[in-house]
Design a protein around this ligand. Structure first.
Ligand code: 6R9
Length: 654
């Protein structure tokens, strides 16, 4: 093997299994032929203005028409310029106007088992009352509202109430520290924080309001705090003049609150996402383009039908919760299941219990959850009837082919297509994914771009890679759901996304395109490992490890190596067995056999858990520091469980 050409990433793992959609699925799918997909794709690529004009007219409500479909002043885009719409109207009023007010919008279950069901008409009423309560607190057009809440119905209600009056929401994962909340409040200039007096997590109560109180000591822009009483008998000190109970102010508010006609480019929300170094950045999305992208990608990718019970397991604190629990499905009139708590409470079968109980038809979750289910054992799945499921989705990380196969067989009973959806906070919605009634899937590939998405794979010299090796994944044309900037830092927006490859959006991921035009995400650009001049992708080595029956999860990073430049360090969790030297040798041999000597890890460290973000992504950056024997540096605020890092460090010292 010669050294990687022009900084391309070598491709070493071959996955040749192919799964065409089951005929039963094809027969009922809205888009069910390759020709249909190609027609849509070509129409959007050849004449984007005409394509998106027709889409926007058909799929959004317009109080006033727009004058221009897309104004592209690179790298700044405006979509549906001069038009007036409202995302809350599109998600609620539009369905009531169409006579579907009685349709179920949200079916919610709390961790303790309490439930709430809201029809579109009922959700509309709650949103209107909440919007009026916000107005009474002085919130209006352009004001930023931080939302730090449990996964209760009031969370999407608060988001939609902001959208209804042109306030900008900034949802913060309920789990972040007081320091992180204050940072986000200050960066965005938030005027109000909405929270709850507590949150159930694995049967325990986390005192959210206490954390917010601490944050508010360092958040001078915040004037009020609206507090949901999630926990009945919890002592909750309220600050006179600042803190207001949700049940007092919302209950007494009027239910009459027409949606404000908002300019298409009115900011809808900021969502903070961690940079690999430095402070988190507030990704800005605006009203019309984002709403259209979330709605249409939802309909295309999940083949949405009115009788579906759709369940996205993501938290609203993550972009997936914004686009595929709130704005996409509600704009499409879907019935959404929402669950408050942990997947292993009271037992490891909670998700399957919910699927059976609510007859979920479409389920969208993350590889990290799938790997946890595998680890917990098949008996939890076997105890439930999952025959209502017709479609499965994943998002957040690459899915290792063996985890894909488990999802396909064990959860999908080989009857459900799997949509592996690649996208980012910045893209607003799904960019690449199979269309479930069309695309034959390959485990580990997000397959093809959606209409309107023009990907390009670029090498270090800035040239497009036409072969099958990997390079920087870029997007060559603006699309309606794209971010409009980084809050308060337009220069960082230009530098980070538009400077390295001129004229193209830099995703920060590496990818390769195979012989069939399928895309394979190879991990973050920063995570590439350079072994003796060969550039290897983390996911391929990880997938080779995970294909060994003893391995549950694997994270692979580069570490300094005297001879090779970088050596490979693998952090591995195993399924029900005690790891030992024999297994370590066997795993090295296994990787050698699967993908070659070059990719054989120099160190394998067994661990009980990997450091992850709150949305479940493995934080390889921290592992890199540990593998190199350094203190983990940089931002650790997004780490889900700090004790994992501490344990790994201790192991290192022992
Ligand atoms: C939606 C979301 C974005 C990053 C992205 C990539 C990784 C997401 C993926 C995937 C491989 C997939 N990622 N989906 N990698 N296959 N299907 O996750 O947004 O939290 O901003 O993360 O996640 O690395 O660049 P966000």
């Amino acid at each position: 093997m010669s050294q990687s050409a022009s900084g391309q990433v070598d491709h070493i793992l071959t996955e040749s299994r192919l799964f065409p959609p089951p005929q039963k699925f094809v027969d009922q799918a809205a888009i069910n032929s390759e020709e249909q997909y190609q027609q849509l794709y070509d129409a959007a690529a050849n004449d984007p203005d005409a394509f998106w004009d027709a889409e926007a007219k058909q799929h959004l409500h317009w109080f006033e028409p727009y004058q221009q479909v897309c104004k592209w002043d690179a790298p700044h885009a405006q979509w549906f310029v001069g038009g007036k719409t409202n995302a809350s109207y599109n998600c609620l009023d539009a369905h009531i106007a169409a006579g579907h007010g009685d349709r179920k919008a949200l079916i919610w279950e709390g961790e303790p088992g309490d439930t709430v069901t809201l029809t579109y008409a009922e959700l509309h009423e709650q949103v209107c009352k909440t919007a009026n309560a916000l107005k009474a607190l002085g919130i209006g057009l352009g004001d930023v509202v931080s939302i730090y809440m449990p996964m209760t119905p009031e969370l999407p209600i608060a988001m939609l109430a902001c959208a209804r009056i042109g306030a900008i929401h900034s949802v913060i994962f309920a789990g972040f520290s007081a320091e992180s909340i204050a940072d986000r409040n200050n960066d965005a200039g938030a005027k109000l924080v909405i929270t709850a007096n507590g949150l159930y997590r694995r049967g325990k109560v986390l005192p959210l309001k206490k954390t917010v109180d601490e944050a508010l000591e360092k958040s001078p822009t915040v004037k009020h705090c609206l507090v949901l009483q999630r926990i009945a008998d919890q002592d909750t000190p309220m600050v006179e003049g600042r803190d207001i109970w949700w049940h007092e102010s919302v209950a007494s508010a009027s239910n009459d609150c027409p949606a404000t006609p908002l300019d298409s480019e009115t900011p809808l929300f900021v969502l903070y996402t961690s940079g690999s170094t430095g402070k988190p950045k507030g990704i800005l999305h605006t009203t019309a383009g984002y709403n259209l992208w979330a709605k249409r990608t939802f309909q295309w990718v999940f083949d949405h039908r009115d009788d579906d019970v759709y369940w996205c397991t993501a938290d609203c604190g993550w972009i997936t919760g914004h686009s595929y629990l709130v704005y996409g499905p509600l704009a499409a009139g879907a019935t959404c299941l929402m669950y408050e708590g942990a997947p292993n409470h009271p037992a490891e079968d909670r998700f399957w219990d919910l699927v059976e109980k609510y007859k979920v038809t479409v389920m969208y979750t993350a590889p990290t959850a799938i790997r946890a289910f595998i680890k917990w054992g098949d008996q939890h799945v076997d105890a439930h009837d999952l025959s209502s499921l017709r479609l499965l989705g994943t998002v957040g990380e690459g899915i290792n082919p063996e985890a894909w196969m488990w999802y396909h067989k064990k959860i999908g009973n080989e009857q459900c297509p799997i949509v592996d959806t690649w996208w980012q906070t910045e893209t607003g919605g799904i960019m690449m994914s199979p269309l479930p009634g069309v695309t034959a899937t390959k485990p580990g590939s997000c397959t093809k771009p959606l209409p309107g998405v023009v990907p390009a794979v670029i090498d270090e010299m800035g040239d497009e890679i036409t072969g099958h090796n990997g390079g920087m994944l870029c997007i060559a044309q603006p699309w309606p759901g794209m971010l409009r900037g980084i809050w308060g830092d337009q220069q960082r927006y230009v530098e980070q996304y538009w400077s390295k490859v001129p004229g193209k959006y830099l995703t920060g991921d590496n990818a390769r395109r195979d012989e069939d035009g399928y895309y394979w995400i190879m991990g973050r650009i920063d995570d590439v490992i350079n072994v003796s001049g060969h550039r290897l992708s983390t996911i391929e080595v990880e997938s080779a490890l995970v294909s060994h029956p003893a391995v549950c999860e694997a994270a692979v990073v580069g570490r300094p190596h005297d001879l090779k430049g970088q050596g490979i360090a693998a952090f591995v969790t195993v399924r029900d067995q005690e790891p030992n030297e024999e297994l370590r040798a066997e795993l090295r041999q296994h990787v050698r056999k699967e993908i070659g000597a070059l990719a054989q890890p120099d160190d394998i460290r067994f661990t009980s858990a990997l450091p992850k973000t709150r949305s479940g992504k493995i934080m390889r950056r921290l592992l890199r520091d540990i593998a190199a024997g350094n203190e983990a540096a940089g931002d650790t605020s997004t780490l889900e469980d700090y004790s994992v890092l501490v344990k790994l460090r201790e192991q290192d010292e022992s």
